[in-house]
Design a binder for this molecule. Structure first.
Ligand SMILES: Nc1ncnc2c1ncn2[C@@H]1O[C@H](COP(=O)(O)OP(=O)(O)OP(=O)(O)O)[C@@H](O)[C@H]1O
Length: 279
């Protein structure tokens, strides 16, 4: 067994309720006693309905936010105080890809300038970059020849490729993908998911892959953790969780999935006919 890249031990995060200074709102327990481990080169999918705490978990896992209680360790160390030199090193190793790439990019800079800027900020340009030149990285993610373009000159899929390129330029060990393909058309989603998988095979990067879309998570994950009301209610190998979900909530999520292929649809229809015949 490899040493875990990321460990969350009994991690909780609460937020003070709405209501401002003079009115007391109820506190929200967004993440409630979560234990999980992520190994180098692995993809752990986090699924659950809206408000189940997935994004909060992603922020805790990436060190952007700190737990109210419990411990988060990345490469065996707790995240350093935000802004410290140690934190900057950790920030390089843990990258985050959010849902909306146009918000993540600077509209005033070309794509090449944004990748180079990220590398410069971490002292990775001038031959020190293991990921290669900005042009090589952009080519690797399918943006060859497009580096001089500005964000408004790219499609949604190309923008997300640019965000991935910027993350890759820092040679991260972990990329937290928070609904990274949710805003894209289904065919573009598939291209980006395939790109992420190819990059993992080549570079050994691990993903914490957060999505409300079970179909997408099934496609990319080695293991899956199912969240409900801030807690992990089920975790296991992706195939096992889908083939024989133990928790009633997971079963309901899977039952709500549209059958992916005509063969799967035919099998489901046949099961339904059998069930009807029993009545
Ligand atoms: N900064 C915050 N301040 C107050 N409450 C918050 C904050 N962030 C999240 N919450 C609350 O914590 C709970 C979990 O939210 P979170 O965004 O983590 O869930 P989610 O599963 O990612 O949902 P979605 O898929 O809709 O983004 C929700 O009740 C949310 O309103």
């Amino acid at each position: 067994m490899t040493v875990p890249l990321l460990v969350l031990a009994d991690v909780s995060r609460h937020y003070r309720g709405k209501g401002g200074l003079f009115r007391t709102g109820e506190a929200v327990l967004a993440v409630d006693g979560v234990d999980l481990e992520l190994h180098p080169g692995e993809t752990l999918g986090i699924v659950g309905e809206s408000g189940s705490g997935k994004s909060t978990l992603g922020r805790l896992a990436s060190g952007i936010e700190r737990p109210s209680t419990g411990k988060v360790a990345f490469q065996g160390e707790p995240y350093a105080p935000i802004g410290s030199p140690a934190w900057r090193r950790q920030r390089r190793s843990v990258q985050v890809v959010f849902q909306n790439p146009s918000q993540a990019l600077d509209p005033r800079l070309s794509i090449t300038a944004q990748v180079r800027g990220a590398m410069d900020a971490h002292g990775l340009t001038g031959g020190k970059a293991s990921a290669g030149s900005p042009a090589a990285i952009l080519a690797r993610v399918g943006l060859e020849g497009l580096g001089r373009r500005y964000p408004h000159q790219l499609s949604g899929g190309q923008l997300q490729r640019a965000v991935i390129a910027r993350a890759l330029s820092l040679s991260p060990d972990l990329i937290v993908c928070d609904e990274a393909v949710s805003a894209l058309d289904v065919s573009v989603q598939a291209q980006i998911l395939n790109l992420l998988q190819d990059l993992q095979a080549e570079l050994g990067v691990a993903y914490l892959f957060i999505s409300h879309d079970l179909g997408v998570v099934r496609h990319v994950s080695h293991r899956i953790a199912v969240m409900q009301h801030g807690r992990i209610v089920e975790t296991g190998a992706a195939g096992d969780v889908f083939a024989s979900p133990r928790d009633a909530y997971t079963q309901a999520l899977i039952a709500a999935l549209p059958a992916a292929s005509p063969a799967a649809r035919r099998a489901r229809d046949a099961r339904r006919r059998l069930e009807l015949a029993k009545v």
